[in-house]
Design a protein around this ligand. Structure first.
Ligand code: FES
Ligand SMILES: [Fe+2]
Length: 368
C-alpha cells in the first residue's frame, strides 16, 4: 500500500450525514498525489471493464488495454479459457501486442521476438544458448485476474475475489431485461479535460439535467427520478415518459448503475451502454462508451441512440471541463450537497473517503 500519501488527515476523511456533509476538497481533484493514489488504491484493486466477451470468443483472440496505467492483454487460450497478463515481455520489457485487438497463435514480443504460448509460458528464446543459469520456466508472463460477467470481460490487477460480490443484485433488479442477450455494436471514446472524479460526480446526479440536458430531461420522468445506494454501487432509476421517443418505447424503465470506482451501466429496455472512466493524468480522463443492443434492434434506432447519446455526452464534457477549471481556482475548496438531489454523489464520495481511510490507517500502522 502507498507510503507516500498526499496530504490526507483523518479529519478530512470523517463522514457526516448527507444533510450536514461537505463535498470533498478540491485538492483531491487537482493534485498529482491523488491521481497516483487513485491509480494504486482504487484502480489496481477492482474489476475493470475491458470489453465484450464476443470479441474474445475464438482461440487466440486478444485485446490489449491500459488499466491503472499498466499495459495488459487478455487472450482466449486453447482450452477456451480467458487469460490476462501484463503486456510486458520478461526479457527487457517489450510489448507482446501493440494493436488493440486481433488473433494470434502465440504471443511474440515485438522487440527481440521471444514467444509465449497462449497459457503464458515462455516457449521460444532466440540466441540464448550461451546464457548460463537461465530456465525458461522462470520467465512466463505475469498473470492477472480475469473474469466474465453478462457477456462482458473484466480484469483485476489486485487480489481479485468474485465480481459477483461487486454486482450482486443488479441482474435480479433489472429482470426480465437480460444483459447477456445483448449484442455488442460499437465503441466510442471521449477524451475529457477533467479529473475522473469530476466525471463520476456529474454522472451521479440528475440535479443538472434541467440546466445542462433539457432534451434528455424531457425524455425522463424527472419527478420520479430516484437514487438508491448499495454497498458497492448506486442506482439512479427513472421511468421513461409515456409516448414516442428516440428509444421507440412507449414505456419502460431507465437504470443508471454506477459501480465503484469507475463503471457505469446505462440500461434501457433494449440496450446497454457501458461506460468506463479511465484516469489519464490528474486533470484528464478518457471515457469509453460501449453499446450493446438486443438482437433485431432496428438500425435506424441504433443510429439515433448513438447520435443522441453523443449530444448528451458533449454537454457533459463541456460542463465537466468548466468544473475542473473551477476546482483549480483559488476561489473554491469545498461545497455542500442537495440532500434531495445529490445522494449519489455523496455516496460515491463516502466510498472514496472509506478507501482513502484504509490507505491512511495502513500507512499509520507501517510508521508505528
Ligand atoms: S524485450 Fe521481449 S524479446 Fe526482448
Ligand atoms: Fe449529464
Amino acid at each position: 500500500m502507498p507510503t507516500n500519501l498526499p496530504d490526507l488527515s483523518f479529519e478530512t476523511l470523517k463522514i457526516l450525514p448527507l444533510a450536514r456533509a461537505e463535498t470533498i476538497p478540491s485538492s483531491w481533484y487537482v493534485d498529482e498525489g491523488f491521481h497516483r493514489l487513485d491509480r494504486r488504491l482504487l484502480f489496481s484493486d477492482s474489476w475493470q471493464y475491458v470489453g465484450p466477451a464476443s470479441d474474445l470468443a475464438e482461440e487466440g483472440a486478444y485485446r490489449a488495454d491500459t488499466v491503472a496505467g499498466e499495459p495488459i492483454v487478455v487472450v482466449r487460450d486453447k482450452e477456451n479459457r480467458l487469460r490476462a497478463w501484463y503486456n510486458v515481455c520478461r526479457h527487457r520489457g517489450g510489448p507482446l501486442v501493440t494493436d488493440t485487438c486481433g488473433t494470434a497463435r502465440m504471443l511474440q514480443c515485438k522487440y527481440h521476438g521471444w514467444t509465449y504460448k497462449l497459457d503464458g509460458s515462455l516457449r521460444g528464446v532466440p540466441r540464448f544458448d550461451r546464457t548460463d543459469l537461465f530456465d525458461k520456466r522462470d520467465f512466463g508472463l505475469t498473470p492477472l485476474q480475469v473474469t466474465e460477467w453478462q457477456g462482458m470481460v473484466f480484469v483485476n490487477l489486485g487480489r481479485g475475489g468474485s465480481i459477483e460480490e461487486t454486482v450482486r443484485g443488479i441482474t435480479d433488479r433489472i429482470a426480465p431485461l437480460d444483459l447477456s442477450q445483448m449484442r455488442f455494436e460499437r465503441r466510442d471514446l471521449y477524451d475529457v479535460a477533467c479529473n475522473w472524479k469530476v466525471y463520476v460526480d456529474n454522472y451521479l446526479e440528475g440535479y443538472h439535467l434541467p440546466i445542462v440536458h433539457p432534451e434528455l430531461c424531457d425524455l425522463l420522468d424527472y419527478r420520479n427520478y430516484v437514487t438508491e445506494t448499495y454497498p458497492t454501487y448506486s442506482l439512479q432509476y427513472s421511468p421513461l415518459q409515456e409516448g414516442d421517443n428516440i428509444y421507440g418505447t412507449p414505456s419502460g424503465d431507465a437504470f443508471y448503475y454506477f459501480v465503484f470506482p469507475n463503471l457505469m451501466l446505462n440500461i434501457l429496455p433494449h440496450r446497454l451502454q457501458v461506460n468506463r472512466i479511465v484516469p489519464v493524468t490528474r486533470d484528464r480522463c478518457r471515457v469509453i462508451f460501449d453499446y450493446y443492443y438486443v438482437r433485431g434492434t432496428d438500425a435506424s434506432m441504433i443510429k439515433d441512440d448513438a447520435e443522441f447519446s453523443d449530444r448528451v455526452q458533449m454537454e457533459d464534457v463541456e460542463i465537466c471541463e468548466h468544473v475542473q477549471r473551477g476546482l483549480e481556482s483559488r476561489a473554491y475548496d469545498q461545497g455542500r450537497f442537495s440532500a434531495d438531489a445529490e445522494p449519489g454523489v455523496y455516496h460515491f464520495q463516502c466510498m472514496l473517503k472509506a478507501a482513502y481511510r484504509t490507505a491512511l490507517e495502513e500507512t499509520t500502522v507501517d510508521r508505528a
